[in-house]
Design a protein around this ligand. Structure first.
Ligand code: ADP
Ligand code: ASP
Ligand code: MG
Length: 430
């Protein structure tokens, strides 16, 4: 792979290219800031709600569109925006060419609608850069070994951008969107949310994997693996954004860096399954083969050799999950399946929480004080997640934002102050 130092990859999201006028504005911004000594690759999402509209259109012609045809259909959204942006750039005398994902060398595996990028063959992109063109690439899409079009999951244009940045050994990847950067939580839910100057890949990955839509999780993962600094900033205002990187954060930090939320959770409980080796594998293997993404899994302690197995999926995947699990539950002699598809989740994230007691209990107390019932709890070293009713997610986000003092950038006062006092008392001579 040829290296080209100094190349920048930028990505503009759906709202940012949501109309002809906005595309012209993005083109003008690119033209204004263009540095002819550097190569520029621009990845675009589909205009506004195009992807949703195309999906809806598919359901107007049939009940169960095939995954393959759906990918062909939705990939057209990004083709439209990439060609229009290239035209708008050329109109401003900026040499530019649009390329589809396959033309840009984005290779994927075969899982339609949630394919993973397996390789980027950037020769064509490099050729166009050498010619001096701004290369506008259609995000979200690639091609599998059968030469079929694939898409890489909702919000996946971020991942196209970071994957290209890695393959081109770009200096950095800039994600331009409709907010000024990464905030302590979604500013549309909590207006007091604070923009972060920077955040680590690790923290951003936990936030993104648990619902913070501002970055696609796989993009953050690739950024970390290939050491690509990612800047998240506004496409509308030229103000500093948030840098996602691998070092330690520079601002005085709260141990809780942010709160992520997700409104889209369905829970499945397989009741009364025999508690013996191999049962979990029997249930989860078919789900994995059918590429159903299972999030939380909990098996309760068994009584008389019988246990309940609970897992969560996104609401859209519930029918498929049930189709697979119902016959198995019958076969295993279980007491039936119970579902709840009106759930959501809220997560607190921060590397500082590692090895520091007190955060989980404060989270649970805060939810209790707000009258919110916790259905399930999962944790990682730097995250605590509670599954709760969908209609209480917003309240939970606001209550936790306040409880962990995220509107201020100072150290997480209360808990730390108590710990400092305790440490001092232990050290103090009698
Ligand atoms: P794009 O179309 O540019 O990819 P997205 O809609 O995918 O934009 O992501 C941006 C949105 O992410 C914001 O409008 C905001 O509502 C949401 N969001 C969720 N969590 C956060 C967060 N922690 N910081 C900033 N934005 C967030
Ligand atoms: N257009 C796709 C979507 O709506 C991909 C993206 O926007 O990143 O999910
Ligand atoms: Mg997005």
């Amino acid at each position: 792979m040829t290296s080209r130092g100094g190349t920048i990859v930028q990505k503009y999201g759906g709202t940012s290219v949501g109309s002809a006028e906005r595309i012209r504005r993005v083109a003008a911004r690119i033209a204004r800031n263009l540095d002819s000594r550097r190569g520029l690759v621009v990845v675009v999402s589909a205009m506004g709600d195009t992807t949703d509209d195309l999906i809806e259109l598919a359901y107007q012609v049939c009940d169960e569109p095939s995954d393959r045809e759906m990918d062909v259909l939705v990939s057209t959204g990004e083709i439209i925006s990439s060609s229009l942006l290239a035209m708008a750039l050329r109109h401003l005398d900026v040499p530019a060419i649009s390329l589809s994902g396959p033309q840009a060398g984005i290779r994927t595996d075969t899982r339609h609608s949630k394919a993973r990028i397996t390789a980027v063959e950037p020769e064509r992109v490099l050729r166009e850069l050498t010619r001096g063109d701004v290369v506008v690439v259609a995000g979200f899409q690639g091609v599998n070994p059968e030469m079929d079009i694939t898409t890489i999951g909702r919000g996946g244009s971020d991942t196209t951008a970071v994957a290209l940045a890695a393959a081109l050994r770009a200096e950095r990847c800039e994600i331009y969107t409709d907010v000024d950067g990464v905030y302590t939580t979604d500013p549309r839910i909590e207006p007091r949310a604070r923009k972060l100057t920077d955040i680590t890949y690790e923290e951003m990955l936990e936030m993104a994997s648990h619902g913070a839509r501002v970055m696609h999780p796989r993009a953050v993962e690739l950024g970390e693996v290939y050491g690509i600094p990612i800047l998240v900033a506004s496409s509308f205002r030229e103000v500093p954004g948030t840098l996602i990187h691998g070092g330690s954060t520079v601002e005085p930090v709260n141990k809780v860096r942010g709160i992520a939320h997700d409104f889209d959770i369905a829970k499945v409980t397989v009741r009364g399954v025999p508690d013996r080796p191999g049962i979990a594998a029997r249930i989860f293997e078919p789900l994995a083969e059918a590429a159903v993404t299972v999030d939380t899994i909990v098996q309760n302690a068994s009584v008389d050799g019988i246990a309940d197995l609970t897992f969560t999926v996104s609401r859209g995947e519930l029918p498929r999950a049930l189709r697979l699990v119902e016959p198995l539950a019958r076969e295993l002699g279980g007491a039936g399946i119970v579902t709840n598809d009106r759930l959501g989740k809220v997560s607190i994230v921060g590397t500082g929480m590692q090895n520091t007691p007190g955060y989980a209990s404060r989270m649970f107390r805060t939810l209790y004080d707000a009258g919110i019932n916790i259905e399930l709890i999962t944790t990682s070293e730097i995250r605590i997640t509670c599954i709760i009713a969908e209609d209480r997610v917003k309240d939970a986000v606001r209550a936790l934002h306040e409880a962990f003092h995220l509107e201020t950038s100072g150290p997480d006062s209360e808990l730390e102050a108590a710990q400092t006092r305790r440490a001092r008392a232990e050290r103090a001579p009698d």
